[in-house]
Structures are given as C-alpha cells and as structure tokens.
Design a protein around this ligand. Structure first.
Ligand SMILES: NC(=O)c1ccc[n+]([C@@H]2O[C@H](COP(=O)([O-])OP(=O)(O)OC[C@H]3O[C@@H](n4cnc5c(N)ncnc54)[C@H](O)[C@@H]3O)[C@@H](O)[C@H]2O)c1
Length: 333
C-alpha cells in the first residue's frame, strides 16, 4: 500500500484524491489546501481524512510515502523539492516546473535519493492516444506529415501562466510521445486581452523529417473544441476528443504524385477511400496513470512520463514564451 499526501484541492486535486482512494494499492492519508472553502469541501467528502492548511505537515509526515502536487505551476518546484528532500516520491501536475533549471534540479535530486518523479501528462493514458501510437508504430498512417490540434474553450483563466502553459502541455506531451523526436524550432504568437497573460495563442513546431505541428489554444472561445488532425502519407485521421464514441476516424485519403520530372509534369492524383472508426480502450486515464505510478513505486521502476519527459515539455514551453515575447520569432531548441 502506497500512502499519499495530496497538496492542492482546487479544480483538479479532487480527481487525484478520488482515484488514489479507489485503487487497491494506494490511499490518501492527508490533504493540504490553503483555501478554507476547499478544505471544507475535502473534509465533507472524506470525513476521516486529515485536512490541513499547511503543506509542510503533509511533506514531513513519516506515514506518507508519496506526495501529489496539484497546485498552480509556480508552486510546483518548491513543493516537489521539499517532498523529495523529505524522501517522498512525487507526482507533479503538468507542466512540471516554471523553467528548465528547476526541472533539472528536481530530476537530479530525485536521482540522488532514488525517488520516483512522475509528471501528470494524463492524455498519454487515454485510449485515443494509445490507439494513435499503435497506428503510427504499425505503419498504418505511413510517414507522418503533420499534427494539427485545436484546444479551445471559454476559460478557465489561470492566474500564474498564459494559455500556452495551461493547455499546450497536453499537445506537447502527446507529440513528444507519438513523434519520439524533439522539435528543432518553435514559433509562437498570441495576444493578451484580459489579465496580462496571453489568452489566445498559436504555436508552430518544426520537427526533423519535415514533420510540422500546429497548436491553437484559446481561453476566449465561445465553444469547446478538442480536435486534432494527424496527416500521414498513407492515411489521415481526425481525433475528436469530445465524441463519446468514434473519437478517432481514420481516412484512407491522400495524394499520389506519379511523375517527378518537373513541377509542370507532376501527375497528382487524389485518393479517397474508406473511413473507419477503430475501437479504443475505455476507462479513466487518470486512474490508469495513478495505478501505473503506484506500480512504478512498488516495483522500483522508472515511469516513462518521468521528470525527464516533463523537462522536455518545459523546454518547449520556455522556447514558446521566448518566441511570444519577440512576436513570433523562430526560436531554436
Ligand atoms: N492533467 C490535467 O489534465 C490537468 C487538468 C487541470 C489542471 N491541471 C494542473 O493541476 C494544477 C492545479 O490546477 P487547478 O486547475 O486545480 O488549480 P486551482 O487553482 O483550481 O487549484 C489549486 C489549489 O491549490 C491550492 N494551493 C496553492 N498553493 C498551495 C500550498 N502551498 N499549499 C496548499 N494548497 C495550495 C489553492 O488554494 C487551490 O485551491 C495545475 O498545475 C494545472 O496545470 C492538470
């Protein structure tokens, strides 16, 4: 049994606590939450639970083996560092830290103490992403051309990071997982309208082998859209994460070039074949992810979404901020 302490019981924290409480191999012994209303909510839901305003009580508790940090991004480093220093394994929310130096320090600290760090890149545990990975690995899509994602809705405005740091970690971690190669360069444009942080932004990432990715993130959209187009040489797919069934549709569509002798001699033919929706695994991704973390602790294994994976995403986010500050300059990674 892995005993957890959870810090932060705002929007996402309750999902972490609920899942850890429902797994066979874990339980939550204490919750730390600064906000009194949220503390009352936690206590009502879990009457016997220790609920405190002071995170250090959770971090220093001898009964706790692992700490989940579910607080705003700017607090991740400090809380995760304190937890590691007290010998606790750490599950940290995305994005891992506010900058790459912090991430490197945490990775080093965890390594020296032989402790696990896992960054919550929840989408990697969804049936949809697993299916897309399988399709790429088996060669069904063929050579990858592009990844184009729209992740927009109204709010939730964050108070410490812009919309890229809030929403794009999902796409960046998915791409990191699917493409396996690091981007070479990044361009980010965006605009601040309300609270000083960019609330609308567009990211372009250049990968090796002519793979290009585009991400549209927006807190000011009248509708919620979670749609990704992935184009390959052999097949193309549309992933609509808001669809209950048939989240992924694969299209046997593409372009064949018959003659490469010169621009004007090109014989372009368009292929338009069948469309089908593959079966994808159901189940709550966060539950699967937390079960995997518990297993990694029990078996002393390194999670694939560890601090190093978290650092790769923070690197991209940092480069995006640099590009934003220079109105879309190309930033090499
Ligand atoms: N993986 C996902 O899909 C997903 C979804 C939503 C949010 N998140 C991440 O979860 C984290 C939290 O986001 P949220 O939307 O729940 O934010 P939130 O503001 O709703 O909740 C954060 C809570 O942490 C508390 N807090 C802050 N500092 C604290 C401290 N030192 N000690 C105790 N409590 C403290 C705040 O009072 C607040 O209630 C962010 O990093 C966010 O990116 C991830």
């Amino acid at each position: 049994m892995v005993n957890f302490g959870v810090i932060g019981y705002g929007y996402w924290g309750p999902n972490i606590v609920r899942n850890l409480m429902s797994l066979d191999g874990s339980q939550v012994l204490a919750i730390a939450e600064k906000n009194v209303t949220a503390r009352k909510r936690a206590q009502r839901t879990y009457p016997g639970m220790k609920v405190t305003a002071d995170a250090s009580e959770v971090i220093s508790s001898a009964e706790i083996d692992a700490v989940a940090v579910v607080t705003p991004v700017w607090t991740h480093y400090e809380l995760a560092k304190a937890a590691l220093e007290h010998g606790k394994h750490v599950f940290v929310e995305k994005p891992f830290t506010s900058n790459t130096e912090q991430a490197e320090e945490l990775i080093d600290l965890a390594g020296r103490k032989n402790l696990k760090v896992m960054v919550d890149h929840t989408f990697l545990f969804t049936g949809a992403v697993k299916k897309i990975q399988q399709l790429l690995q088996e060669g069904t899509l063929g050579k990858l051309y592009y990844y184009d994602s729209t992740r927009v809705n109204l709010g939730l405005f964050q108070h410490d990071v812009n919309v890229i740091w809030d929403l794009a970690p999902h796409d960046l971690s998915i791409m990191d997982y699917l493409i396996k190669e690091s981007p070479e360069a990044i361009v980010a444009t965006g605009q601040t309208h309300l609270n000083g942080y960019e609330d609308v932004a567009f990211l372009t990432l250049y990968f090796p082998d002519k793979i290009i990715a585009h991400i549209n993130v927006n807190w000011l959209s009248p509708v919620k859209i979670r749609t990704t187009l992935i184009g390959g040489e052999k097949k193309m797919l549309v992933w609509n994460d808001l669809e209950a069934d048939e989240k992924i549709k694969i299209y046997d569509k593409g372009v064949n070039i018959a003659n490469r002798q010169g621009l004007y001699d090109l014989l372009v033919s368009y292929r338009s074949g069948d469309m089908w929706a593959p079966q994808i695994e159901q189940g709550e991704a966060l539950r699967l992810e937390l079960a995997y973390f518990v297993e990694c602790i029990a078996n002393d294994e390194r999670p694939f979404n560890d601090g190093v994976a978290g650092l790769r995403i923070v690197k991209m986010l940092q480069a995006a901020n640099e590009s934003l500050s220079r109105r879309g300059a190309l930033v090499y990674l």
